[in-house]
Design a binder for this molecule. Sequence first.
Ligand code: SAH
Ligand code: SF4
Ligand code: F3S
Length: 481
Amino acid sequence: MKILDLSKIDLSKEAPEVEPERQYYFIAKARAILKKQEEEAGRKLTFCVTTFGCQMNARDSEKLTGILEQIGYIEEPEEEKADFVIFNTCTVRENANQRVYGRLGQLKRVKKTNPYMLIGLCGCMMQEPEVVEKLKKSYRFVDLIFGTHNIFKFAELAATRLESSRMVIDIWKDTDKIVENLPSERKFPFKSGVNIMFGCNNFCSYCIVPYVRGRERSREPEAIIEEIKRLVADGVVEVMLLGQNVNSYGKTLDNPITFAQLLKEIENIDDLKRIRFMTSHPKDLSDELIEVMAQSKKICRHLHLPVQSGSSRILKQMNRKYTKEQYLSLVEKLKTAIPDLSLTTDIIVGFPGETEEDFEETLDVVRKVRYDSAFTFIYSKRTGTPAAVMEEQVPEEIVKKRFHRLLTEVQRIAEEVCSVHEGSVQSVLVEAVNEQDPSLMTGRLSNNLLVHFPATSDIIGQLKEVKLTACKGFYYIGELI
Ligand code: SAH
Ligand code: SF4
Ligand code: F3S
């Protein structure tokens, strides 16, 4: 998506103050510096963006990629071979952080052998002051550090680093700014994530996201619709609307609109075939939304509805603002209104104070709801969150045992739930050549399950009718109709 003509930008002038024009100016500037480096090196220089964490981060990485390509870098899939490596980090659980430090250690060696190599770090981890302190002290070879609130400034920061050869650090504590119309490169030509809001105001007691992503901000509906129309004109048939809590979309806009209303407008976009969204907080899921989903021809039959725990007592401690009973009755309502709806969830095991009885309540919810799949996490203590200072942190051995019991139950049920579609014919978005067997294509059902079937790659990106001949646990083998 190229919006401004870079060749018309006059670099002898001062950078414009307004966005996004300012960033296009710096793209042009970085491009001029890169050209010189390439002449000197006698080759093209490359980049690699590695993403940790959620879909929001994945979407941000597409924006970084778009800018790097506009600057003139060529994509290189292998981190160690690239000249500009970026880690877009996640800090939702401790193990995500550890992986980043591990990878950085490996890159240090490589950097010594490549004079053009730059290493950039961004994303949620960078919003934690202790992390930046540690990097400044022990990882001096890092070139560029920025956070989640100023990711739109990436071109400017990259240009600054290319000019100065000194470590560039720019972290904002928060922002109310949303910069539209920057370049972005999609990973898939036929589907795309679309941010509808940023940040989170919910402060679940275990969660660091509100601290590192800032307060909730919704994009204007017109900007969202315009972006989707542009994507559709460019070949996209499926969009995934992204936000930490899409159900509270639009509440803070000058002209408030509900998420359900936004969905109705998106539904009217010609040639858009499928709409997905995540994540839905149960406390804000409205009857209006259920009705819109039930009537929609485009909204996929899949809802990710994180429960986190089945114990009302723990849910209260987690600040989730619903009880087990409220969650179960919401699920009932959804299943009645949309009988073929597939439900998935997130569950945390070992939240402080979780007893065997609390854990049994979680198992009970899993058995009652019968999820198509569930992401299960061991509670991870995040400094600065209320749960981190709660007493009665659950011993590791107990948590591990519960985690395995939960996983076994989730998988047993998921296999049963997934197999109910065997023999049916369903509409499938063909996404890729099967990784193991190139004679098969892999497609996605409306309910988010995968199906592999014999076909050729010319149908990638199209919606096809496929008969689901055999269920293999969590995916299907099928045949084209
Ligand atoms: N906004 C989304 C979740 C974003 S984080 C929502 O509210 O549903 C994705 C998942 O990570 C959460 O649903 C939760 O299950 C898990 N998670 C968040 N913080 C965690 C922590 N401290 N320890 C373990 N899991 C955590
Ligand atoms: Fe975290 Fe809760 Fe916000 Fe989700 S809704 S991002 S779990 S604070
Ligand atoms: Fe991780 Fe940030 Fe997403 S902490 S889960 S990448 S919002």
